[in-house]
Write a protein that binds this ligand. Structure first.
Ligand code: DOR
Ligand code: ZN
Length: 350
């Protein structure tokens, strides 16, 4: 049977290896959209102020668990926000005590709430060496921030200027290049022999830069790294559907209120949590690779992080177009849900 004729697909319960949950009212509103389908997620630490220490991460994890709806089972995998003042001993403690799973590197100024990020990568060398020793992964926002580098070239430039030197000096450090958007990044990850993987978002598998800019500006498609030209999107799809263990799902679902997005300087971020699994099934089906969805969403991520895959499963069922809300309401205002621009036919059963 061609995969195009499949109408039911059961896969291990998926995990999200890059997620923004925010805090307070926003956290309470968006968390169920992820915990409904996902068992675990790597939680981004770019709150205001950021989640920098083991103590911060523990307190944030408690707030997430308090916000979890009854009947949902979900494990937040916490990250520490790397600053030039991060203490290697605190990182070791966070890892050994099970409080934090990874450390997040934001180049200073790269994106939302990244002002406390790293400017001089030599200053964080002792932390990176400690992490290599204890086997703690580094999640990387892979964009340089120099004003003279074109925004569409910032990921490729980051590979040459930052990632290659870090990997050369610390070959035992496990690195996740997050939300890759270019053929360059896909090739770089594919050519690496060990300790490097990449997450791919739902939206970067679906939109290219025309979606943002052609026929009127679409703020709800604006995120960082910004979507690139179509050839890059195709490269991302090929990597995602290949089953290659080095590529896995990190939605980068990043809720902002409509008020924060729809202004003269709007925030970067696309909120994909509510319809991610339906979008992904559509993408994998179109590539005739539905059966590889499980590797991408449920198997490759845990394997890289050294965790077991989830024991339970979800079933996707194909039928008439799925309905999902245009936006979800929060006490801070509405948050628009990602519109892939085509009908979604796969829904998660139950
Ligand atoms: O689009 C983005 N939104 N990219 C990021 O790196 C941060 C995120 C956010 O926090 O909103
Ligand atoms: Zn992110």
């Amino acid at each position: 049977m061609s995969e195009k004729e499949l109408t039911r697909l059961t896969i291990r319960r998926p995990d999200d290896w890059h997620l923004h949950l925010r805090d307070g009212a926003m956290l309470r509103a968006v968390l169920p959209e992820t915990s409904r389908h996902f068992a675990r997620a790597i939680i981004m630490p770019n709150l205001v102020p950021p989640v920098v220490t083991a103590d911060h991460a523990k307190a944030y994890r408690d707030r997430i668990m308090d916000a979890l709806p009854e009947g949902h089972s979900f494990t937040p995998l916490m990250t520490l926000y790397l600053t030039e003042d991060t203490d290697p001993a605190d990182v070791r403690y966070a890892h050994e005590s099970g409080i934090a799973t990874a450390v997040k590197l934001y180049p200073a100024g790269a994106t939302t709430n990244s002002a406390s990020g790293v400017r001089d990568f030599e200053k964080v060398r002792p932390v990176l060496e400690e992490m290599a020793e204890i086997g703690m992964p580094l999640c990387v926002h892979g964009e340089v921030t120099d004003n003279d580098i074109d925004i569409f070239d910032r990921e490729a430039t980051f590979i040459d200027r930052v990632l290659k030197p870090i990997r050369k000096k610390t070959p035992d450090l496990k690195i996740v290049m997050e939300h890759v958007t270019t053929q360059d990044a896909v090739d770089y990850v594919r050519d690496s022999s060990k300790n490097l993987a990449a997450t791919i978002t739902t939206h970067h598998l679906i939109i290219n830069r025309n979606h943002i800019l052609a026929g009127g500006i679409k703020p709800h498609f604006y995120c960082l790294p910004v979507a690139k030209r179509e050839a890059h999107r195709v490269a991302l799809v090929q990597a995602a559907v290949s089953g290659d263990k080095r590529f896995f799902l990190g939605t980068d679902s990043a809720p902002h209120t409509d008020a924060a997005k729809l202004q003269s300087c709007g925030c970067a971020g696309i909120f994909t949590a509510p319809n991610t699994m339906s979008c992904l099934a559509e993408v994998f089906e179109a590539a005739d690779r539905l059966k590889k969805l499980e590797a991408f969403a449920s198997l490759n991520g845990p394997a890289f992080y050294g965790l077991p895959p989830n024991d339970d499963t979800i079933t996707l069922v194909k039928g008439p177009p799925v309905t999902y809300p245009e936006s979800i309401s929060t006490e801070d205002g509405p948050v628009t849900v990602f519109d892939p621009g085509f009908d979604l036919h796969w829904r998660v059963e139950g």
